[in-house]
Design a protein around this ligand. Structure first.
Ligand SMILES: Cc1cc2nc3c(=O)[nH]c(=O)nc-3n(C[C@H](O)[C@H](O)[C@H](O)COP(=O)(O)O)c2cc1C
Length: 356
């Protein structure tokens, strides 16, 4: 059976924004279950979609109707930024070389017939429409949600060539304040994009810089919950340093963003061009490592008696994958790419696990 994709990877990001998701079937009934809490707020479930697929309210609301209750609005900026040229999203051969987990993966157009096995790679460059447009659209998204559904707006700074950390932190805070004014229930600060070359891409490697960003955002948004989006850490020590630095300022962490690997054509050429030989890999091939990172994060938070919650991300495309994350200590589980080809995953998860 051919796999139906709600996002058309052969079209530009702008076209996909305009079209909204394309589904084969209309949404079926969504099972009701007991309410839970996440980030101190009542939710129908602790299942959602990570920053990426939900580019605007045209994308947020149809997925909310399909039972995803924690909806992260794709990262926005304080100024308009164009998307990188196509390709932005490619399928890759699942595991690459199993003996070399950080080694190259190869692009493929043969994704087989099992959507739960798909791995892919993205390189969009965190495009954004102008703030005047996204601020109105966030309002639209928020007003279409049902009670017990949370809208989280992901924000990132856009440093100018001469800007330092102060300006960068202020720009994060500006976007966060705008998103809250538009009705966002919570903010996610993206400190970890593998596909931008400038400083905002890997801020989480610098605990003090991350702390300053969290402080400025906190000052701008009052008591609204704040998540920080993180990638993989080079060591447990680095993770502990970051957690200690932001504890009490952020309410939680979303981890992990993609894992960076060379993404190549079969002839060895980089798929996204020479600047982005290394790109973010997602889906099946990052699930195991993501679960281990979440487990390590949970152990570290308990050991250090820190109060951050964990929104787990990374290759969740089956009920078992979601269970892996809850068992590892996640407070919520977000899918990044899988809702593109498995739009009814939340419905199935709620049917089988009303406690999620
Ligand atoms: C189309 C697409 C766009 C993405 N854009 C963003 C983004 O703007 N900001 C961000 O923090 N993460 C972004 N991501 C990363 C996801 O939030 C998530 O961390 C990643 O896809 C790993 O999850 P997965 O293995 O379930 O796909 C994007 C992912 C996809 C699939």
């Amino acid at each position: 059976m051919a796999i139906q994709c709600s996002y058309d990877i052969t079209r530009s990001w702008e076209e996909n924004c305009q079209r909204g998701p394309q589904f084969l079937e209309p949404a079926g009934p969504v099972p009701d279950g007991p309410w839970k809490t996440f980030l101190g707020m009542p939710v129908r479930s602790r299942l959602g979609i990570a920053a990426g697929l939900l580019a605007n309210s045209r994308w947020v609301l149809p997925y909310a109707k399909r039972g995803f209750d924690i909806l992260t609005y794709k990262t926005v900026r304080s100024e308009a930024r164009e998307c990188y040229p196509l390709p932005n999203w490619v399928f890759v051969d699942g595991e690459g070389n199993p003996d070399d987990p950080a080694g190259p993966v190869t692009v493929t157009d043969r994704i087989g017939d099992d959507p739960t096995r798909i791995s892919s790679s993205v390189c969009f460059g965190m495009p954004s429409v102008a703030p005047g447009i996204w601020r109105d659209d966030v309002r639209q998204a928020r007003s279409g949600l049902a009670p017990g559904q949370l809208l989280i707006v992901s924000v990132v700074a856009t440093p100018g060539p001469r800007d330092g950390l102060d300006e960068l932190a202020d720009d994060f805070a500006r976007c966060a304040a705008w998103a809250v004014a538009s009705g966002s229930h919570a903010i996610e600060a993206n400190l970890s994009c593998p596909n931008v070359c400038s400083a905002e891409g890997t801020l989480y490697h610098d605990a003090e810089a991350s702390r300053l960003v969290a402080q400025r955002i906190r000052a701008a948004i009052g008591s609204v919950p704040l998540l920080l989006k993180l990638g993989a850490f080079p060591s447990d020590d680095a993770m502990v340093r970051l957690f200690r630095a932001v504890n009490g300022l952020a309410d939680g962490v979303t981890m992990v963003n993609c894992l960076s690997r060379p993404v190549l054509h079969p002839n060895g050429e980089p798929v996204f061009g020479a600047r982005f030989r290394m790109a973010g890999v997602l889906g099946r091939s990052i699930h195991r490592p993501s679960v281990e990172i979440v487990r390590a994060a949970k152990n570290c938070l308990e050991r250090e008696k820190l109060s951050l919650q964990i929104a787990a991300v990374g290759g969740a495309s089956t009920i078992e994958d979601i269970a892996d994350f809850f068992h590892a200590g996640a407070d919520a589980v977000l899918c990044g790419s899988s809702p593109m080809y498995l739009p009814d995953l939340a419905i199935e998860a709620k049917r089988r696990h009303p406690e999620w």
